[in-house]
Design a protein around this ligand. Structure first.
Ligand code: ZN
Length: 133
């Protein structure tokens, strides 16, 4: 069954750790060996896997994306949020995490982040888990 994780973002650009929410979906599913697929149905937000130990890594990623994709440039999109659209495409809109022994099989330092690029907004992450109980 499709699950939805709702995330309220609080800033224009923000990486929010949703690992524990995804772990909860896995626990409630009862799946022991399988796969979790998470996708963001938005065009100005993304989802990615990266370090969850040192918050400076997140800050560096946000800063680097903003340097690569400035808010103001020769964009054609009239809505004024082209930078957010470009950043969302750069980080991507889905992640796959394997499930092993009923848990997310993430690396020791890995977390899953919803990447807000045009907040604050209420975002949804669509999650499906499949496998063996
Ligand atoms: Zn737009």
């Amino acid at each position: 069954m499709l699950q939805r994780v709702t995330v309220h973002t609080g800033a224009k650009c923000e990486f929010i750790d949703i690992t524990s929410a995804l772990a909860r979906v896995v626990a409630e599913s009862g799946i022991k060996e399988g796969v979790l697929f998470a996708t963001v149905p938005h065009t100005t937000a993304g989802i990615t896997l990266n370090e969850n130990a040192d918050p400076a890594v997140r800050a560096d990623i946000e800063k680097t994306l903003s340097r690569l994709v400035p808010d103001l440039a020769d964009y054609a999109h009239a809505e004024g949020n082209s930078a957010a659209h470009v950043k969302a495409s750069l980080v991507g809109s889905s992640v796959i995490v394997l499930i092993s022994e009923g848990k997310l099989a993430l690396g020791r330092w890995q977390g899953v982040y919803l990447c807000e690029f045009d907040g604050p907004r209420t975002r949804e992450v669509l999650v499906r888990v499949a496998g063996l109980k």
